[in-house]
Design a protein around this ligand. Structure first.
Ligand code: ZN
Length: 262
């Protein structure tokens, strides 16, 4: 392959906005990982994030020399609000989603309140293509179905520098999923969720999880690749208040299967 052709086929993967999740005794909250995969002339965005992070996402794209119009493919791992609310920004893009997930978004588990309301309708105005297991998106990028967290959840397998990398979404929200064998939030089916983890671990050992920094599994070890190790939480006692929130950090999170549908 000549050097020019090699350049064209070169794939790069960058996290635009790092995912994280906060679980508190007052409820849970999370922002998704949104990644930019560039293969040849294609600019592929994987998940679009929550609307409250919209300016942050646009800024992160600009830092990579891109405008929203430059994204030609958006892939949604699933249709929870924190993964898809900015999809309408990408009017030039084909939006790829699993058909089962579109159905699920129209009729979710009744306790799955994370499904972005109106999203299935918004998709009617976009260039939506349904994709499923094994579909090849561009050279070296394919779909792997990973249900359980939601009914039609899917992940993306990409070849980067000759290595298989898995963009997991919430089928593997954080590194702890690997040792537990199960993600921490399941809205659809526990067995499916476990099988999806097995499938992902068999397919790759480099993961871009839905709510954690990218990491590599080496034997029993988890080695993080990049990204912020700390989130700065701004608190305020301005105005003369005497009480304020304090934060205690715990290294474990219990698996939430209370609202599983099946
Ligand atoms: Zn989710």
């Amino acid at each position: 392959m000549d050097a020019k052709k090699e350049m064209l086929n070169m794939a790069t993967l960058d996290v635009l906005t790092y995912g994280f999740a906060l679980t508190t005794d007052q409820g849970s909250f999370g922002y998704s990982t949104n990644s930019l995969l560039r293969v040849g002339n294609h600019n592929i965005l994987i998940d679009t994030g929550p609307s409250s992070r919209r300016p942050f996402l646009v800024k992160a794209l600009k830092a990579k020399g891109l405008e929203t119009d430059d994204i030609d493919i958006v892939i949604l791992t699933h249709m929870h609000w924190d993964h898809c609310q900015n999809t309408d920004l990408f009017t030039n893009a084909r939006v790829l989603v699993n058909p089962t997930e579109i159905d699920y978004a129209r009729n979710p588990n009744k306790w799955d309140l994370a499904v972005a309301s109106g999203m299935a309708d918004m998709m009617r105005n976009m260039k939506v293509d349904v994709v499923s297991e094994g579909d090849k998106i561009v050279d070296g990028v394919s779909i792997i179905e990973t249900p359980g967290h939601t009914k039609g959840h899917m992940s993306i397998l990409a070849e980067i520098n000759g290595e298989k990398v898995l963009l997991a979404g919430d089928a593997m929200p954080e590194s702890g999923t690997v040792s537990r064998g199960i993600p921490y939030n399941i809205f659809w089916d526990v067995e499916d969720a476990q099988e999806s983890v097995e499938k992902m671990v068999a397919a790759s050992n480099v993961f871009y999880p839905g709510h954690d920094r990218p990491f590599r599994v080496e034997g029993d070890e988890i080695n993080y690749l990049e990204g912020p190790e700390n989130i700065h939480v701004m608190d305020s006692t301005e105005g003369g208040g005497t009480a304020s929130l304090t934060f205690t950090v715990s290294a474990t999170r219990t698996v939430n299967v209370d609202i599983v549908q099946k």
